[in-house]
Design a protein around this ligand. Structure first.
Ligand code: BES
Ligand code: MN
Ligand code: ZN
Length: 508
């Protein structure tokens, strides 16, 4: 992982491969952002003009490289776009800083050290820049042979070291902001690694082992239910989905507790390590990226570990519902009826609607502890991708105020999200002649139908929200901002912020 430090060094004397500065979009051309004063001075105050000559406008995502002025130890100045100049006194928005830092870190892959001289008005800005840099520097090359040698010409190792200039290294608030950025980004990047790991190497058993090891390291209590324990406990949903795979299912419970906690949150993650669709097999073209179907579990795992590393004063239980959805002679058939952990029976009409089956058991298990709220995270439906696109997750739930609160939390941390309804009239589409409910209903509004299914497995009176991250969990396009190609870690920052606000008594 990229190392991150707060530095009081002045830009000119700093030994680094590049100095990163910000450029904003002004009414009359590019504007040099605060933090870059020393660079501007060395350009005789003409840096904005130089940038304009080079074609820079200050637009978000833009990168302009220029030679460092004489007298600078670093050879390169990298100017990243921050978008519009903020209104007077408003300061740069955290998300603009995060994205610019992410773009810079990604552009500088292959370099060893960079100094970030972006606008820092308060501790939170240093946190945002740090987070963006660490997330943007991420790359997954565990399976690239030449990636193993950082000196390999096209190996392009991630930027190794980031020095944040303009902050106050001895100030408690700045230190805390940077520590938070490091903990959240490291765990989020680990979630990305899990998502990107191919399904022949990441199955329910190996995922559970990774969770077990991390939990031990961070003082989190961990309990793994293997197939035998799941049978004994009556977890028919998780078992039914895992029945076709040679790699048996697991339910992992991670309990982080704080002696000062007043509230208890439960996070539940869909962990299908590969979704072939099962007997209702997905056609070619729809299964190549289905290693991403454990993204919800990866995000829950990351959020619980981050909460422990930050020592948040709230109890957080993470539930990872892990199974591989495969067709075989032992697989669940369309037409089978499963008896779920809650005691309800489900007629499986489509084995590709498996996420709701594993989640149903985990939601019911989570409910038994009567937490103050449950949030599940899942790559649940293609319908949500059709509705909201590739970058926005949908939020559903049984409590409008909590759904709104989560939407605001997501917005605050820079995760695009949108509240979605659970229309009652869609429930009857899941009526089954044979069982209590079917795992499929009307095709139209499929994301909401899935949400209605999950609602039936939440204990009475428990506040619950559901994040359908099927769109943003896996980026099949090119990288943007601090988001890489592949696994994104969608949901992690929303969960961590929710835990922080709950700990602070500012929510629920
Ligand atoms: N894992 C998929 C949903 C998905 C689709 C995730 C695209 C990421 C990208 C889920 O298990 C699934 O197959 N859902 C079906 C449900 C249907 C059979 C009711 C779907 O959305 O088509
Ligand atoms: Mn499926
Ligand atoms: Zn799935």
């Amino acid at each position: 992982m990229t190392a991150l430090t707060l530095s009081t060094a002045a830009a000119p004397g700093l030994r680094a491969d590049a100095i990163v500065i910000g450029v904003a979009k002004g009414a009359k051309g590019p504007v040099v952002a605060p933090g870059a004063e020393a660079v501007d001075k060395a350009y005789d105050g003409r840096l904005a003009g130089v940038l304009e000559t080079l074609g820079a406008s200050g637009a978000e995502g833009e990168v302009t490289k220029l030679p460092a002025p004489s007298g600078f130890k670093a050879p390169l100045v990298l100017a990243v776009g921050l978008g519009a100049v903020p209104e007077q006194d408003a300061g740069y928005d955290a998300e603009a800083l995060r994205k610019a830092a992410g773009v810079a870190a990604r552009t500088l892959s292959g370099a060893r050290k960079a100094a970030f001289a972006l606008p820092v008005a308060e501790a939170a800005d240093a946190g945002a820049i740090g987070e963006g840099a660490l997330l943007g520097a991420y790359s997954f090359d565990a399976y690239k042979e030449n990636g193993k040698d950082p000196k390999a010409k096209n190996g392009k190792a991630p930027l190794a070291e980031v020095a944040l200039l303009g902050g106050k290294p001895r100030d408690k608030a700045y230190k805390a902001a940077v520590e938070r950025a490091v903990a959240v980004a490291e765990e989020l990047n680990r979630a990305r690694d899990l998502v990107n790991t191919p399904p022949n190497d990441l199955n329910p058993e190996s995922f559970a082992a990774i969770a077990q090891a991390a939990a031990k390291e961070h003082g989190i209590k961990v309990q793994v239910l293997d197939e035998k324990a799941l049978v004994k406990g009556g977890y028919g949903g998780i078992l039914g989905v895992g029945a076709g795979s040679a790699a048996g299912p697991r339910l992992v419970k991670l309990s982080y507790t704080s002696s000062k906690a007043k509230k208890h949150l439960a996070f539940v993650g869909k962990g299908i390590t590969y979704d072939s669709g099962g007997i209702s097999l997905k056609p070619a073209g729809h299964n190549e990226t289905m290693k991403c179907d454990m993204s919800g579990a990866a995000s829950v795992f990351a959020a619980v570990v981050a909460a422990a590393r930050l020592g948040l004063e709230v109890n957080v239980t993470g539930w990872l519902a892990l199974a591989e959805n495969m067709p075989s002679g032992s697989a669940t058939r369309p037409g089978d009826v499963l008896r779920m952990y809650s005691g309800k029976t489900v007629e499986v009409l489509n084995t590709d609607a498996e996420g709701r089956l594993v989640l149903a058991d985990a939601l019911w298990a989570a409910s038994q502890e009567k937490p103050d709220a449950i949030v599940d995270v899942a790559t649940l439906t293609g319908a949500m991708v059709l509705a909201l696109g590739n970058r926005t997750f949908g939020i559903m739930g049984n409590d409008d105020a909590f759904r709104t609160a989560l939407y605001e939390v997501a917005e605050e941390v820079g995760e695009p999200a949108w509240p979605m309804p659970l229309p009652e009239h869609l429930r009857k589409g899941m009526d089954s002649p044979t069982a209590d409910i079917a795992n499929m209903g009307e095709r139209m509004g499929g994301g909401l139908v899935a949400g209605l299914f999950l609602r039936e497995f939440v204990g009475d009176g428990i506040t619950w929200a559901h994040l359908d991250i099927a769109g943003p969990a896996f980026n099949e396009g090119g990288p943007f901002g601090y988001t890489p190609k592949g696994g994104t870690g969608s949901g992690v920052r929303t969960l961590v912020r929710l835990a922080e606000l709950t700990a602070a008594g500012e929510l629920g």
